[in-house]
Design a protein around this ligand. Structure first.
Ligand code: GRF
Length: 210
């Protein structure tokens, strides 16, 4: 069984989806700890309720990114994870931190990457007149939201959609997509080699649609 550490900053609805699939055996993994950079993140309550260890590494108590990342790395490594899952973790990480976990740290982003890296993804998709939006899971590389793409899920953008309604539709898809990718990783079907994801032995040049 693979050991997982999940990093959060907020509500933790993706975390909940992962907790549920670990609990019912669909994911062959155990969440060893949930670490938040915000003491008030609701996701911490979800973890406690599920009997998972929690930690807070509060970024506001550090003078710089390097100090924060150094302690965060140390706390993550304490649990010797096979996989580090960023689930709504809203901090930019230093290159050294990212390189340390290369090939074993994944992120979910609420857009069809490489479109709309960064924030306000739903509003930007609507303003551009896109017909489709979605979410993407990728291995984390030093470039923000720029790591090798593993899988994505799409939703259609309707005329009546605003950023809020679209974010709800995309989030519901995230709750299916993220556990699915984690399931592949924990089953040993998803790996990382020479800068690209491999799924069932095949190198992925493009994200798989879930
Ligand atoms: C999700 O939309 C995720 O894609 C983004 O932050 C949000 C986290 O939501 N990175 P939650 O905390 O999992 O509910």
């Amino acid at each position: 069984m693979k050991n997982i550490v999940v990093l959060i900053s907020g509500g933790g609805s993706n975390l909940q989806a992962i907790i549920d699939q670990c609990a019912d055996g669909r994911i062959n993994g155990k969440i060893a700890a949930v670490i938040s950079n915000r003491p008030d993140a609701y996701g911490l309550q979800r973890a406690i309720k599920a009997g998972i260890e929690t930690e807070v590494v509060d970024h506001t108590t550090f003078a710089d990114r390097t100090g924060f990342d150094a302690l965060l790395l140390q706390r993550i490594e304490h649990y010797q994870p096979d996989l580090v899952v960023l689930a709504g973790f809203m901090r930019i990480l230093t290159d050294d931190f990212v390189r340390h976990f290369l090939g074993r740290m994944i992120n979910i982003h609420p857009s069809l990457l490489p479109k709309y890296k960064g924030l306000n993804t739903h509003q930007r998709a609507i303003e551009t007149g896109d017909k489709e939006a979605g979410a993407t899971v990728h291995f984390v590389s030093p470039e923000l939201d720029g790591g090798p793409l593993i899988a994505h899920s799409t939703v259609s953008i309707e005329r009546k959609d605003d950023a809020l309604s679209l974010s709800k539709k995309v989030l519901a898809k995230e709750h299916q997509l993220y556990p699915e990718v984690i399931r592949w990783f924990c089953a040993g079907n998803l790996t990382y080699a020479e800068g690209l994801p491999r799924l069932n032995g095949e190198t992925l040049q493009f994200p798989v649609k879930v």
